[in-house]
Design a binder for this molecule. Structure first.
Ligand code: SAH
Length: 329
C-alpha cells in the first residue's frame, strides 16, 4: 500500500485508533502470507564485540559483561539439536567478533547446512569478500538492522561506525542474492515519529525480505541507562505500518516486545507479524548475551520454549510453518 511520510507519521501517532491499524495489518498479513507462523532457532554464539553502540549491553565498553565465545563444535551441536526439534531455519547471531574469520564461519555454515535448514547470519558488518564466501558456503539469509535512518542520531549512538558503510553492506548482501533482513529500533533518544516514518520508507525502498522492529530497552550498564526507551504500542504500530507498506515480507514478533509485556509476541502476531525466533542457545550462554535487560525465557530449555510458543500460536488460530518460510515473491 502506498503511504506518504505524512500519512505514516499520522498512523504512528494515533494511539486512539491503533486497534483499527492492527486489524488492518492482521488482514493484510492473512491475505499475503497466510496463517503460518515461521519459527527460527536463534543461536547467540558470541557476545564479544568490537563496536561500542551506546544502547547495547554487549558494547565493547561494558566491562561488567562476562564475555563468551562458543566453539565451532558447540555451535554446530546447538544447531543440530535445534534441527532435531523441528526448526527449519537457524539464525546465527553475535557481536562483531572477528575470531570467527572467513574460514571458521564457512566451516560452521557448511556443517549446519547438512541439517537441511535455511541459515541466516546476523553478525554485523563484514567485507564484500566475506559476505560472498559465506553465501558460497551456503548461507541463505542475512539480518542486519539499519537501526535508524537519521544519520546524525546514528553517528551519536554508534560511535566509530558509518551509516553509509552499513547501508553499503546491506546493498552488497542483497546483490549477492541473500534474502535480506533489516530493521530498526523505536523509542531511541531524540527519535521522532517522522524519523521512524522515514525509516519505514527506507526499508521499503531497499526492498527488504524481512523487517525486524523492536522497542529500544535501556540497559543499566550503558550510557543510555537513564533513557525512557520505546513503548510496546509504538513498536506494534510501527510494525503494523510496515506490514501495510510491504504486505508480503516476513515480519518477526520480536523478543524485545515480549520483554515489555508477557504477551508482547502474541500481540505482534495479531498486528501483522508472521515469524517468531525462539532462542535455542544453551542457557549458560544465553544469559550472558544481554543486549537489554529482562530477556525472556532465561530459565526454560529450548524444547520448552518451542512448545510454549507453539501452543500460544495455535491458541490464536494460527499454524506452525512447515517449510523454511522464506520470502515468497
Ligand atoms: N552485531 C550484529 C547483531 C546485533 S544485536 C549486528 O550488528 O547486526 C541485534 C539487534 O539488537 C541490534 O541490531 C539492535 O537493533 C538490537 N538491540 C541492541 N541493543 C538493544 C537494546 N538496548 N534494546 C533493544 N534492542 C537492542
Amino acid at each position: 500500500m502506498p503511504l506518504t511520510k505524512g500519512e505514516i507519521a499520522a498512523l504512528l501517532k494515533d494511539e486512539e485508533h491503533q486497534q483499527t491499524l492492527f486489524d488492518k495489518a492482521d488482514l493484510v498479513r492473512k491475505q499475503y502470507v497466510g496463517d503460518e507462523v515461521h519459527l527460527r532457532g536463534l543461536i547467540e554464539f558470541s557476545n564479544i564485540c568490537r563496536n561500542n553502540c551506546l544502547y547495547c549491553g554487549i558494547r565493547r565498553g561494558n566491562a561488567k559483561a562476562c564475555r563468551y565465545r562458543m566453539s565451532e563444535e558447540e555451535i554446530i551441536e546447538t544447531a543440530r539439536r535445534a534441527a532435531n526439534l523441528g526448526f527449519k531455519t537457524i539464525v546465527m547471531q553475535s557481536g562483531e567478533d572477528m575470531y570467527y574469520d572467513t574460514n571458521r564461519m564457512c566451516r560452521i555454515i557448511e556443517a549446519i547446512k547438512k541439517f537441511d535448514v535455511a541459515v541466516t547470519l546476523s553478525i554485523g558488518e563484514r567485507t564484500y569478500a566475506e559476505y560472498k564466501a559465506f553465501r558460497t558456503a551456503g548461507a541463505d539469509r542475512y539480518l542486519m538492522r539499519i537501526e535508524t535512518t537519521d544519520k546524525e542520531l546514528y553517528h551519536k549512538l554508534d560511535p566509530d561506525m558509518s551509516w553509509q558503510h552499513r547501508y553499503e553492506c546491506l546493498l552488497a548482501i542483497k546483490e549477492l542474492g541473500y534474502e535480506l533482513g533489516s530493521g530498526i529500533m523505536v523509542g531511541l533518544p531524540e527519535q521522532s515519529v517522522e524519523s521512524i516514518a522515514e525509516d519505514l520508507l527506507f526499508l521499503k525502498d531497499l526492498g527488504v525480505d524481512m523487517a525486524g522492529i523492536g522497542p529500544f530497552i535501556p540497559h543499566p550498564e550503558t550510557p543510555l541507562a537513564k533513557e525512557k526507551g520505546g513503548t510496546l504500542n509504538l513498536a506494534l504500530r510501527t510494525m503494523a505500518v510496515m506490514r501495510l507498506l510491504l504486505p508480503d515480507i516476513n515480519i518477526p514478533a520480536t523478543t524485545a516486545m515480549e520483554s515489555l509485556a508477557p504477551d508482547g509476541r502474541l500481540q505482534a502476531l495479531k498486528a501483522g507479524a508472521n515469524v517468531v525466533m525462539p532462542n535455542v542457545t544453551d542457557r549458560e550462554y544465553c544469559k550472558l548475551y544481554e543486549l537489554y535487560p529482562n530477556k525472556i525465557c532465561m530459565n526454560d530449555t529450548p524444547a520448552h520454549c518451542k512448545s510454549c510458543i507453539g501452543l500460544k500460536i495455535l491458541s490464536i488460530g494460527r499454524t506452525i510453518g512447515s517449510g523454511q518460510g522464506g520470502h515468497q515473491y
